[in-house]
Design a protein around this ligand. Structure first.
Ligand SMILES: [Zn+2]
Length: 236
């Protein structure tokens, strides 16, 4: 072997070592980056979870003019998310499109509904310190009933929060609304299976001719959201 061959061999060996060190270094760097990204997700603890009721095949109540409750719920929720982000309180959303949160192995509508609700309970349980706000629209066989109704979960702080939200809706948007906050009925699964402070806001009645029109208006939804968003940020 000549001196020249030996020199080339050393250069090759040196290059191999350099490449190996480079790859190792990149792996370490990426490992750290990935860890940072994931720990970043874990570190963000939302103070608010917004739950747009129903979704997907489960449209919820249907308005007098045929609008699905699930769509109004989503529209209000997305507006509320925007306002809260603007106010410096980014919220976690259970859903931000027209979907049900059921597991893939659910087949019947009933199975999908049960799975969807269990998944919402699980998500809420991942952030036990967050306040959950569930957005719904009311319905009733008689058309005369109208006005926002706020319900509270049987958990710490929920009744007080429901009270201030109910009063704010009356003060700023519906002076004629004489409703007071109510404990959530036992048959509402999500609100009775979470440990979070939680309220459920029935923004209005889809079965009242005037209110169902208002609830479909972007401008009225913005008013509802303004009252909700400002009251929530002051009270959580
Ligand atoms: Zn509903």
């Amino acid at each position: 072997m000549s001196g020249g061959d030996r020199g080339v061999k050393w250069v090759r060996r040196g290059l191999k070592v350099f490449v190996a060190v480079l790859i190792f270094g990149l792996c370490v760097w990426w490992g750290t980056r990935i860890k940072q990204v994931f720990s970043g997700v874990e570190v963000w603890q939302p103070k608010l979870i917004l739950d747009a009721g129903h979704g997907g095949e489960d449209g919820g109540a249907i308005s007098l003019s045929g609008e699905k409750e699930s769509e109004i719920n989503l529209s209000v929720t997305l507006k509320l998310e925007n306002l809260l982000a603007f106010l410096g309180e980014p919220a976690l959303l259970m859903r931000d499109t027209d979907i049900s949160l059921h597991d893939a192995d659910s087949v019947t509508l009933r199975e999908k509904k049960v799975s969807d609700l269990k998944n919402r309970v699980r998500i809420a349980g991942e952030y036990p310190a967050a306040v959950l706000v569930s957005i719904h629209q009311n319905s009733y066989p008689e058309q005369k009933y109208h006005g926002t109704q706020v319900f509270y979960a049987p958990t710490n702080g929920s009744e007080q929060l429901a009270q201030v939200v109910q009063q704010a809706m009356r003060k700023y948007l519906q002076p004629e609304n004489k409703r007071t906050e109510k404990k959530i009925p036992d048959n509402v699964y999500l609100m009775n299976h979470i440990g979070n402070t939680a309220i459920l806001v029935e923004c209005g009645f889809l079965t009242n001719p005037e209110e169902e029109k208002l609830l479909q208006q972007e401008s009225y939804q913005r008013k509802v959201v303004l009252v909700l968003g400002s009251t929530l940020t002051e009270n959580i």
